[in-house]
Design a protein around this ligand. Structure first.
Ligand code: SF4
Ligand code: SF4
Length: 289
């Protein structure tokens, strides 16, 4: 079983268009949408939820008023100014509390506990293309890296139990903690980029992260390569210079947007040049190693 993460340096590069098409092309796989802050793979795959689970991603301090003697040691200790004395009681602002637990350690009365909070949900769903594991983080909640790990772990369990060949992971944009959680321990990285200077910059950063994690199989796909032939050449030269095989180049086509609006993976929407290129990309990955 191989784990493949589709990743991009930032949002809007066409990553989900590529992942949605791979979902339609690959057989014997489970999909994992790890873009938990702004999930959109469901718009193409139309999952029907079969299992729903709470995600407890953070802890908050709570005070037992009956034990509290208003000594204020917790207030002095909290680095996040999350605790106040409103004269009659010590109060904790849940929005400011980072759940570090320092207040609980210093409280002489044992009046402070840390309580796990539900900050999101994760799902196991059925789609026309097979099982999909996905999640939603509540607005303004953090710890999406931990939720990514939960989604990946569940998808991997399903693949192992059902004897599937692939876990295809739609990774989050950027290079933050959730991206690292999407890349650690995988077999193949597919980086979707665009032929702009910022795209090239982001591509180099994300390849650096992949190499840091020892991912040897890296594929590059330049989306809308014909919008800047010179920048696409620059990406090709860069790939050659670091020993990565030549990128697959997907041309610009306004039908791509129409396929997204209609909620259809592109390879099922049209079989023109874009679809051919995504098929070529999948063939390369599927028959690698
Ligand atoms: S340290 Fe404990 S006892 Fe003192 S004010 Fe805070 S909660 Fe109350
Ligand atoms: S858990 Fe940490 S952040 Fe929250 S109130 Fe206690 S000391 Fe402050």
């Amino acid at each position: 079983m191989k784990q493949i993460t589709v990743i991009s340096g930032k949002g809007g590069t066409g990553k989900t268009v590529v992942t949605g098409s791979l979902a339609a092309l690959a057989e014997n796989k489970v999909m994992a949408d790890c873009d938990v802050d702004a999930a959109d793979l469901h718009l193409l795959l139309h999952p029907e939820i079969k299992e729903k689970h709470e995600f407890k991603g953070s802890k908050k301090a709570i005070i037992d008023e009956e034990k509290c003697t208003l000594c204020e040691r917790c207030i002095e200790t909290c680095r996040f100014d999350a605790i106040i004395n409103d004269q009659s009681a010590i109060l904790i602002d849940p929005l400011s509390c980072e759940g570090c637990g320092a207040c609980s350690l210093v409280c002489p009365e044992g009046a402070i506990d840390l309580k796990e909070e539900v900050t999101g949900e994760w799902f196991v769903s059925g789609t026309k293309y097979g099982t999909m594991v996905h999640a939603e983080l509540e607005i303004a909640q953090e710890n999406s890296g931990k939720l990514v790990s939960v989604v990946r772990e569940k998808a991997k369990d399903i693949a192992l139990q059902e004897g599937l060949d692939y876990v295809i992971i739609d990774g989050p944009p950027g290079i933050g903690c959730p991206v690292i959680a999407s890349l650690s321990g995988i077999d193949i990285a597919l980086v979707v980029t665009e032929p702009t200077l910022s795209g090239i910059h982001d591509l180099k950063r994300i390849i650096g992260v992949c190499q840091h994690f020892g991912i040897n199989e890296i594929y590059i796909c330049i989306n809308k390569f014909d919008l800047s032939i010179s920048n696409s050449h620059q990406i090709e030269r860069y790939c050659k210079s670091i020993g990565i095989q030549a990128p697959i180049k997907i041309p610009y086509d306004e039908k791509v947007i129409k396929s997204v609006v209609q909620g259809i993976p592109y390879v099922e929407y049209s079989s023109n040049g874009v679809g051919d290129k995504i098929r070529e990309l999948w063939q390369k990955i599927a028959y690698s190693g």
